[in-house]
Design a protein around this ligand. Structure first.
Ligand code: ADP
Ligand code: MN
Length: 161
């Protein structure tokens, strides 16, 4: 089973992905490590203080990894770019805006980077792109939920199908 976790930075992907991988005994894949290892950064966008990733190449590398793993938990706000046919479930994490702002500020993000991520959450960019890609979506708001509760919800959704 291939589960991808997407969502605005700070909404709780990595926390949930790691806990879920442990619970389901699935391997956990940190896409940032793949990006580093495979040299998939095209350039650094100074204005946005973020790396521009070759999303086409990344998708190809991830599909290869999917094909060589029976089960996988893939953690990245870019993970919904993997074509739907390779993915069983696409979890989209969401978070209350006030809480998200606090989480991002705690990371010492610049004001503009906080703003950019807040906008991404307000406009549901990841969710809308995941819907567009016809993923089998599980939306989870992590604002007031424990990891244990979130995992339970995921397990229920998986068992429904
Ligand atoms: P992402 O991987 O989407 O950037 P993280 O998992 O790193 O998000 O979480 C961002 C911050 O939010 C961390 O400080 C983490 O402790 C907190 N957080 C994540 N999930 C929860 C949750 N379910 N309840 C409370 N805080 C959470
Ligand atoms: Mn993360």
């Amino acid at each position: 089973m291939i589960i991808v976790l997407t969502g605005t930075p700070g909404t709780g992907k990595s926390s949930l992905a790691k806990a879920l991988a442990k619970k389901l005994k699935f391997p956990y894949l940190d896409v940032n490590k793949v990006i580093d290892k495979e040299n998939l950064i095209i350039e650094y966008d100074k204005e946005r203080d973020s790396n521009v990733v070759d999303e086409n190449k990344l998708s190809k590398v991830l599909v290869k990894l999917i094909k060589s793993n029976k089960d996988l938990i893939i953690d990245s706000h870019l993970s919904h770019y993997i074509p739907q046919k390779h993915v069983d479930f696409c979890i989209v994490t969401k978070c209350d805006l006030k809480v998200l702002k606090k989480r991002l500020e705690k990371r010492k993000y610049s004001k503009s980077k906080v703003r950019e991520n807040m906008d991404a959450e307000i406009f549901d960019i990841c969710l809308n792109e995941a819907i567009e890609a016809k993923h089998n979506i599980i939306i989870l708001d992590t604002t007031k939920r424990t990891l244990k509760g979130l995992i339970k919800t995921v397990e229920n959704e998986i068992n429904k199908n």
